[in-house]
Design a protein around this ligand. Structure first.
Ligand code: PMP
Length: 362
């Protein structure tokens, strides 16, 4: 704590991503990375960009990447905003579309997001001094859209939700988009995990100028290390994000990231196959865990949210760690018995299952 920090920074509880220990080789099932490598087209494109043009500044318009995202989502490039990972885009979203007391006289209405959800959202709200309220998930960990039809400063929802993996159909979001549009507020759908079986709401952006969908290449395109993401929405929303970005760093994506991400978005055949494999492994592992007596929330993402029979989450987390397997434990009362487990290769998941079997027996 420094006396030079402002109040917002003093009150901040920074987001800590899943741990990345280096003391030994782990089976890493704690940060939802894709277990399979990126498309070969990505390596070729990065090679070409490195040898041709690294001396030059990157394209501040991110043209090639935005065009590739536009083709993938069937929108015009003016509807695409590119960012250094979707975390950066989410940070810009909070700065651009949600209000703090500095933006309007009096206390603005709180923005809403679920409890439980992605733990970055309260951090951003705190950083920008945006009042935030949470809406509990239902008993079976679902988002009930009807709960959000109340006056608010805007809504942000991940779909599928994290860490539960549960997804809504885009049609379920229509009444919310409609309601918020009437209130003049934004609806942000964070589609980080949409590539593993859930349906994107991107087509709804054509009808709802208050709707922004946020996408990442970190999960379904195996590019967490490249830090690339994009958002789709009405050009007025894109312009708001650009204003925020350009006040920080208009060269936000580097040449290698731009080239690699554009190439990834052009190779659907490769990624369809990879992600079908991840989804099949997820469904098999969920089945086997249920057979062992675990509960496993039905997941549309590349992770599962599970509870062991008669073993507290923290204890299972530690025991797996000491056996070389990293998973994620969220230490909140409602999730204390649950673990979030990313889907690895079939071989990795077989080791995970076999350790789970031993641990619940002991
Ligand atoms: N949204 C959600 C719900 C996530 O879980 C993550 C990954 N931690 C992100 C966004 C950010 O992903 P990235 O910055 O790698 O694009």
């Amino acid at each position: 704590m420094s006396r030079f920090w402002n109040r917002r920074v003093r009150n901040l509880e920074p987001y800590v991503p899943g741990e990345q220990p280096r003391d030994r080789q782990y089976i890493k099932l704690n940060t939802n990375e894709n277990p399979y490598p990126p498309s070969p087209a990505v390596f070729e494109a990065i090679h070409r960009a490195a040898s041709d043009s690294l001396r030059l500044y990157p394209d501040p318009e991110c043209t090639e990447f935005r065009e590739a995202a536009a083709r993938a989502c069937r929108v015009k490039p003016e509807w695409v905003f590119a960012g250094n990972g979707s975390d950066e885009i989410l940070a810009f979203v909070f700065a651009a579309f949600f209000e703090s007391s500095a933006d309007a006289p009096g206390e603005p209405l709180p923005i809403l997001f679920p409890d439980i959800t992605y733990s970055f959202y309260p951090v951003y709200a705190g950083l920008w001094d945006i009042p935030a309220g949470t809406i509990p998930l239902t008993g079976d960990f679902s988002v009930n859209v009807g709960d959000y039809l109340v006056p608010s400063g805007g809504v942000i929802l991940p779909n599928p939700n994290a860490p539960t993996g549960k997804a809504l159909a885009p049609g379920d979001l229509v009444p919310l988009a409609e309601y918020l549009l009437k209130q003049g507020k934004a609806l942000v759908i964070d589609e980080a995990y949409v590539g593993f079986g859930a349906e994107s709401a991107v087509a709804l952006t054509a009808e709802y100028p208050n709707l922004l969908t946020v996408h990442t290449l970190s999960k379904s395109h195996s590019l967490a290390g490249l830090r690339t993401g994009f958002a789709i929405g009405h050009p007025d929303l894109v312009e708001g994000l650009r204003r925020v970005r350009d006040s920080f760093n208009s060269y936000t994506l580097d040449r290698l990231a731009l080239a690699g991400a554009a190439a990834a978005l052009g190779d659907n055949a490769y990624y369809d196959e990879v992600n079908r494999k991840v989804a099949a492994t997820r469904d098999r592992v969920s089945r086997e865990l249920r057979d062992m007596g675990f509960s496993a929330v039905p997941s549309s993402a590349n992770f599962i949210f599970i509870k062991a029979p008669g073993l507290p989450g923290k204890q299972l987390h530690e025991a797996l760690r000491s056996r070389g397997i990293l998973v994620r434990h969220f230490n909140k009362p409602r999730t204390a018995d649950y673990l979030r487990v990313s889907i690895g290769t079939d071989d990795e998941m077989d080791i995970f299952l076999s350790e789970c079997r031993k641990l619940i027996r002991s």
